[in-house]
Design a protein around this ligand. Structure first.
Ligand SMILES: [Zn+2]
Ligand SMILES: [Zn+2]
Length: 307
């Protein structure tokens, strides 16, 4: 009698429990996009091979500085503040965490937020796409990181884009230099080993704008100023290594990077062809070469358009 009753009761309970836990597929698309309209993906998730190994523990989403950042799901703000100099917001969704950086927070720890609630605004400083802005979105289950896109949409729909937009249009060529009428002189004689444009960085593996032209020449090769001007910068940069910056007037400057040792000092006037340093491989570089840049009003342009 009792057994019979139990069975009758138990069956509907089990059916209800099954209906309450959604199928895995539904759970796998349970985040909403943190930016509106739906952003392009600048850099995809790359699973780290170990806890301290390189990788990319999230996705970088194209965003304008100041863009409003929204919670991907309802939850409680677990953190809002600085981590290693970067403004970070983190929201806990029942054990799964979404993190957003760099974001100037409008929320504080302990705030309960609804899906789509405003968390803050995208900052420029500390971003993974610096010098342009983007939002890094991370997803963490306990200590393990996972691909946020799996919760946002189908990975097949992902297409990497450049946060820099289309390649810059070269400015009208100013009358500069003596080597070529109206152009710049070649800073070294050698073949171009990597042109200006989007590429996968040989050291970091990131898709980035290669902001200059690489000339393959041996270390020690003299580097000449591409036009007359004044050295306005000379020093060491972690990425560019030893570099010299020459200003030519009219908003145009050229830079000579990865030099073997510090080049011509700031304040020195140079002519087109004046040696400003020697080819090296300092900074983020995989071998002896000259990384030559032309900067027009603060924007790197394709040097070959002016050589
Ligand atoms: Zn990132
Ligand atoms: Zn280069």
């Amino acid at each position: 009698m009792n057994t019979h009753r139990l069975r009758l009761v138990a069956l509907p309970v089990m059916a209800a429990a099954a209906a309450l836990s959604p199928p895995a597929a539904a759970e796998e698309s349970s985040w909403s996009w943190p930016l509106e309209p739906r952003p392009s993906i600048v850099r995809a998730y790359e699973a780290p091979t170990g806890p301290y190994a390189a990788g990319h523990r999230g996705v970088d989403l194209a965003a304008a500085p100041g863009a409003i950042v929204r919670a991907v799901d309802g939850g409680v703000v677990a953190f809002a503040g600085r981590v290693a100099g970067v403004e970070v917001v983190s929201v806990d969704h029942d054990g799964v965490r979404s993190t957003y950086q760099p974001v100037g927070a409008d929320v504080v720890k302990g705030d309960r937020v609804a899906r789509g609630a405003v968390l803050g605004r995208v900052l420029l400083a500390g971003g993974h796409c610096f010098p342009v802005a983007c939002l890094h979105l991370g997803r963490r289950h306990g200590r393990a990181y996972a691909d946020p896109l799996a919760l946002l949409g189908r990975a097949a729909a992902v297409r990497l884009v450049t946060p820099y937009g289309p390649p810059p249009v070269p400015p009208p060529t100013p009358a500069l230099g003596r080597g070529t009428p109206g152009g710049l002189v070649h800073p070294v004689d050698g073949p171009i080993s990597s042109p200006f444009g989007m590429r996968v960085h040989p050291v970091t593996g990131e898709l980035r704008l290669h902001d200059g032209t690489d000339f393959a020449v041996p270390c020690g090769t003299p580097v000449r100023s591409a036009a007359a001007g004044r050295v306005v910068g000379s020093g060491y940069d972690p990425a560019y290594g030893n570099r010299v910056v020459v200003e030519h007037g009219g908003g145009l400057s050229t830079t000579y990077n990865h030099l073997i040792r510090p080049g011509t000092a700031a304040g020195t006037s140079v002519e087109a062809g004046t040696v400003v340093g020697s080819v090296g491989s300092t900074g983020f570089s995989t071998g002896c070469h000259l990384h030559f840049m032309v900067v027009d009003e603060g924007h790197p342009v394709d040097p070959t358009s002016m050589l």
